[in-house]
Design a protein around this ligand. Structure first.
Ligand SMILES: [Zn+2]
Length: 419
């Protein structure tokens, strides 16, 4: 049986006064999602731990059945999303060109400098120092717009270092420190990154790009903020782990990078409606159909924007509803985390609604898809339960303690080693 996981990024939300105290999902008119809820088993899922806000990349890592302690860092996903070959023993950081001002420290004016032209980014790249610091070498590669990947190589390179990017505006560039570590390697790497960033700042300050931008009254690109250091992961592919041939149907670089990390195929759609068709029309055992629109709408901090996006998605999923109700597939609809459409948090840590539709599910009494409606459903689960539940509902789950081969499997293997 084929599984389609319809994942609406940042779907969960909070109640808003302008929506009569409802969440965007509760407020939106969603006849198709409600039909699915009526025909399915519903509930709530804690993506990782109660109250912990997650980013899309770590949330997917957990939902796909991997351990948080094996997460290699977003820097790796960004590098993979640009097809940068990941070298063993190298460290990869995410970077952004940013605008800072000296004010008892380096105060952030813009975490992501607005309106940088490709030619300007090329000039900025020329300003980056080519020196070796503490025996470490630094190489920078653009990923898109003002975002890039910084590769650190050398014997003592360590990914156990903190971020210089404070992640929130109205803050200061942070000193890079050894992170949850006191090894010589992490101390030397943190120290080298601080020296590197100081050198970059001195060189960018007086660069022709910034002189011209200052004259034109444009935001400057005088700092390279760094975050999310990571190293080459040592993890099995999605198919090795779950025995299912899988793909992500989505768009955007992040989802491509996530697919690369888990060894999944990637099918890019032009618009979501086309994505629904692509998700159904293929030979994969597991299809992850992803929309980022819900999360992006929530980040505008206008709840009605998310309502509109949810209603558009609802109108686009008719084919998926028909397949789920009339064909032999398992459909799951959920989000990866909560993105509140108001308040100061970027993402927040509430559970998300979830529903399973398929011939083996125990249909409950819930008839509308929403955060609080689903709380009345029968499922209580963590994100880490998802893959095992899918294997079970599609009759792939291995009987616990069967020893089919040299490794413990969560799924019935497609082939065995004959005697
Ligand atoms: Zn988000």
């Amino acid at each position: 049986m084929k599984t389609v996981l319809l994942l609406l990024d940042g779907l969960g939300d909070r109640p808003h006064r302008e929506l009569n105290g409802e969440t965007p999902l509760e407020y939106a008119a969603t006849p198709n999602l409600d039909r699915l809820a009526s025909a399915g088993e519903t509930g709530i899922m804690i993506p990782w731990k109660q109250g912990v806000p997650l980013g899309t990349e770590v949330a997917h890592f957990i939902l796909f059945g991997y351990d948080m302690q094996d997460f290699p860092g977003r820097g790796i996903i960004n590098a993979l999303s640009r097809d940068v070959p990941i070298e063993k023993d190298a460290v990869y950081l995410c970077t952004t060109w940013s605008w800072v001002e000296e004010q008892q420290g380096l105060a952030i004016r813009q975490r992501w400098t607005e309106g940088l032209a490709p030619a300007e980014i090329n000039e900025l790249r020329q300003c980056l120092p080519q020196t070796t610091i503490n025996g470490l070498r630094f190489d920078w590669e653009q990923s898109y717009d003002c975002h890039g990947v910084l590769k650190i190589t050398g014997d003592s390179a360590s990914s156990q270092i903190s971020d210089s990017d404070p992640f929130y505006d109205n803050s200061y560039v942070m000193k890079v420190e050894p992170y949850e570590s006191d090894t010589i390697a992490s101390i030397r790497t943190a120290d080298a990154v601080n020296i590197y960033l100081k050198t970059v700042y001195e060189s960018l300050k007086s660069s022709p790009v910034n002189v011209k931008r200052k004259q034109a009254g444009k935001p400057l690109a005088n700092f390279l903020l760094t975050k999310w250091a990571g190293e080459k992961p040592d993890i099995p592919s999605f198919e090795e782990k779950h025995g299912m041939k899988s793909c992500i149907v989505g768009n955007g670089l992040l989802m491509y990078g996530i697919a690369q990390l888990h060894g999944m195929d990637f099918i890019r759609y032009k618009d979501f409606q086309a994505g629904v068709k692509l998700a159904l029309d293929n030979e994969y055992d597991f299809v992850h159909l992803h929309s980022k629109k819900t999360d992006e709408a929530a980040h505008t901090k206008i709840p009605m924007n998310k309502v509109k996006v949810i209603e558009e998605i609802d109108a686009a999923i008719k084919d998926l509803v028909n397949s789920a109700l009339h064909e032999n597939i398992l459909l799951i609809v959920t989000g990866d985390h909560t993105t509140p459409s108001s308040g100061s948090l970027i993402h927040s840590g509430e559970p998300v609604p979830i529903m399973f539709i398929g011939k083996n599910v125990r249909v409950d009494d819930v008839t509308a898809f929403g955060e609080r409606n689903c709380t009345k459903g029968s499922i209580r689960m963590y994100g880490s339960d998802l893959m095992q539940m899918i294997l079970n509902l599609t009759d792939r789950a291995q009987f616990y303690n069967f020893r089919a081969g040299s490794k413990r499997l969560n799924h019935i293997p497609k082939s065995i080693n004959k005697f």
